[in-house]
Design a protein around this ligand. Structure first.
Ligand code: MLT
Length: 323
């Protein structure tokens, strides 16, 4: 009995300490892990989050790019970090919903080991090819890739990254299996494509927008029902007869499971306030993000999105031959 009373007292004291640091949070610099290379969609999005959290919470939130294995190296680091709000993951559809389809011994369970904070953005993907690639639209692309599968080098950000998954959907719709070349992010893929070492990639619109507008690479299709106002001349996959190539991956913020509720609430509130700012919405629109209703952005909505995207896409990936 005495032992039970002591344990209860220890638990109560610990809860008090937890409550105290949650109240003072953040008391020092926090790290936002971006699991892909600097300069790409994940990095740009993670830096928008870092800016918002730093401004609203009065401490520095610093981006650290922890790259490798399609984003799962960084996600594992975040999942195993102390659940104290000082290590945050700026993850996405791949790292936080679909990674189990690609890695049988993943090292974390996206739904069990992470607590969602909020949805930052959704960006449709583009099929983008090097400037002198022989095809200029999806019809020519299908004809060329079917006739020359051995000549193709497709860049992506690692197994399970959204650039990998986007092209997987495209290839399975066409019925081809070209060589997939992994990089640590789609920023280095773009450099390789500019140098002519990679033929094409499937990347969220913000990754290549500037180079498309400059004419250094070309967009053959947007993987959506709607054209992008930023690229009005780029026809959709639906218009071009390949509706299976339809993908607008989410990018969102997560903390390790077990993070005190008061910290989760502070982060979610700060993120939501920042995303509601007109200037932030304008910036996201300029990057090609689809507009997301505020009711779809909070922790519960993101948890639901993770579940529904996993339920919708895991069977498709399995059918496409992913283990
Ligand atoms: C990146 O930032 O490099 C990409 O968003 C990663 C990916 O393709 O998943």
């Amino acid at each position: 009995m005495a032992k039970q009373l002591i344990s209860a007292a220890v638990l109560l004291a610990m809860a008090g300490i937890n409550g105290a640091w949650a109240e003072d949070y953040p008391a020092r610099t926090a790290t936002i892990i971006v699991p892909f290379a600097a300069g790409g969609p994940a990095d740009i999005t993670g830096r928008i989050v870092a800016d918002i959290l730093s401004r609203y919470l009065g401490q520095k939130f610093v981006v650290e790019n922890v790259v490798g294995a399609g984003g799962t190296t960084g996600a594992i680091r975040a999942a195993r970090a102390p659940a104290d709000g000082y290590t945050i993951l700026s993850g996405h559809l791949g790292t936080n919903a679909l990674a189990p389809a690609f890695y049988p011994n993943l090292g974390y369970d996206p739904q069990r080991d992470f607590e969602p904070i909020g949805l930052t953005a959704e960006y449709p993907e583009l099929l983008v090819a090097r400037k002198d690639f022989p095809a200029n639209n999806l019809k020519e692309f299908v004809a060329y890739t079917k006739a020359n599968p051995e000549k193709l080098n497709v860049g992506h950000a690692g197994l399970g990254s959204v650039s990998y998954i986007g092209c997987l959907l495209l290839h399975s719709a066409i019925g081809i299996k070209p060589t997939m070349v992994p990089f640590t992010g789609t920023a280095p893929v773009l450099n390789a494509m500019l140098a002519g070492q990679v033929d094409y990639e499937c990347d969220p619109v913000l990754g290549t927008l500037g180079q498309i507008q400059a004419g250094s690479v070309k967009a053959l299709a947007i993987a959506s029902r709607k054209r992008s106002p930023l690229l009005p001349d780029v026809p959709t996959s639906h218009e071009q007869g390949l509706p299976q190539f339809d993908m607008a991956p989410f990018y969102g913020v997560f903390v390790p499971t077990g993070t005190p509720q008061a910290i989760v609430d502070k982060l979610a509130d700060a993120l939501s306030k920042g995303l509601n700012e007109e200037a932030v919405q304008k910036r996201l629109a300029e990057l090609g993000a689809e507009s997301v209703e505020p009711s779809r952005r909070g922790p519960k909505a993101l948890a639901d999105l993770v579940k529904s995207e996993a339920a919708r896409l895991l069977p498709i990936l399995k059918a496409a031959g992913e283990k």
